[in-house]
Design a protein around this ligand. Structure first.
Ligand SMILES: C[S@@+](CC[C@H](N)C(=O)[O-])C[C@H]1O[C@@H](n2cnc3c(N)ncnc32)[C@H](O)[C@@H]1O
Length: 239
């Protein structure tokens, strides 16, 4: 990332979060990029195999200032950044379940990288919920380009809207979150999922990469922390 882009991001973060949150956020990011540097030997995001499909682009980060978010969703939203493929694969492979028996839901699905990786991993159905219309349209283009070149693209469904309004499916499910939003939206999302779970007894997993709000799951009696792997915290519905 160029110095000018870093300064712009810091200025935006200061404006959005004020001095109270700026310090902790700065520390969080310093820790994140140090770990990233140690893992990859560079600050650049490694490209994903998904981006080798002609016509597919999931690599470029999109900052909130470019997306023009407003209102409560905007105050809580995190910018678009694609998940590192190795990180995604490593945590999905560690799940002690048969992925083909589960639905996969990505809340904050961006340009669709995690969705394509989940399709390749063999989930039964794959749903992406993305608030930004612009990112949703890019994901639509990406899926169209990948259709005959990538496994199980026909299993993917894209929804454009607020993740807090999404009703979870009443089937065994893995809910995927890659640091999509802050505490206020995450609280609403957890409440919706907990309410839905009170109506069925299906298995529910939550895989939360770069889990900045993990204490909300830790303190939720319905969920039990299973393990943390490659920067992702994994929770399961308590038996
Ligand atoms: C870090 S990106 C994750 C991208 C994708 N899950 C992946 O792994 O490649 C977070 C995404 O969450 C989206 N987002 C933020 N708030 C949202 C909300 N309330 N509802 C739906 N999507 C949201 C952002 O627009 C952004 O695309």
């Amino acid at each position: 990332m160029k110095l000018r882009a870093i300064i712009k991001r810091m200025r935006n973060a200061w404006r959005r979060h004020g001095w109270r949150m700026f310090g902790p956020l700065l520390l969080h990011n310093l820790r994140y990029y140090t770990k990233h540097w140690m893992r990859h030997g560079s600050l650049r995001m490694p490209r994903s195999s998904v981006d080798h499909i002609p016509g597919v682009e999931t690599q470029r980060a999109v900052y909130l200032s470019e997306l023009g978010y407003t209102g409560t969703v905007g105050e809580s939203a995190e910018p678009y950044q694609p998940i590192d493929e190795a990180q995604f694969r490593s945590v999905m492979e560690a799940l002690p379940i048969r992925l083909a028996d589960y639905a996969f839901v990505d809340l904050g699905s961006g340009k669709g990288r995690a969705l394509l990786l989940a399709a390749q991993a063999g989930f039964q159905t794959i749903t992406g919920v993305e608030f930004s219309d612009e990112l949703h349209q890019t994901a639509q283009k990406n899926l169209a380009a990948a259709r005959d070149r990538w496994p199980n693209v026909d299993r993917i469904k894209l929804l454009c809207g607020d993740a807090a309004q999404y009703r979870p499916p009443l089937v065994p499910v893995v809910c995927y979150l890659y640091n999509p939003f802050g505490a206020s939206v995450m609280r609403q999302v957890i409440d919706v999922w907990v309410r839905a779970m009170s109506t069925h007894s299906q298995d529910v997993w939550v895989v939360y990469s770069n889990p900045t709000q993990s204490e909300l799951f830790m303190s939720e009696p319905v969920f039990e922390h299973q393990f943390t792997k490659a920067g992702s915290a994994v929770f399961r519905r308590r038996a």
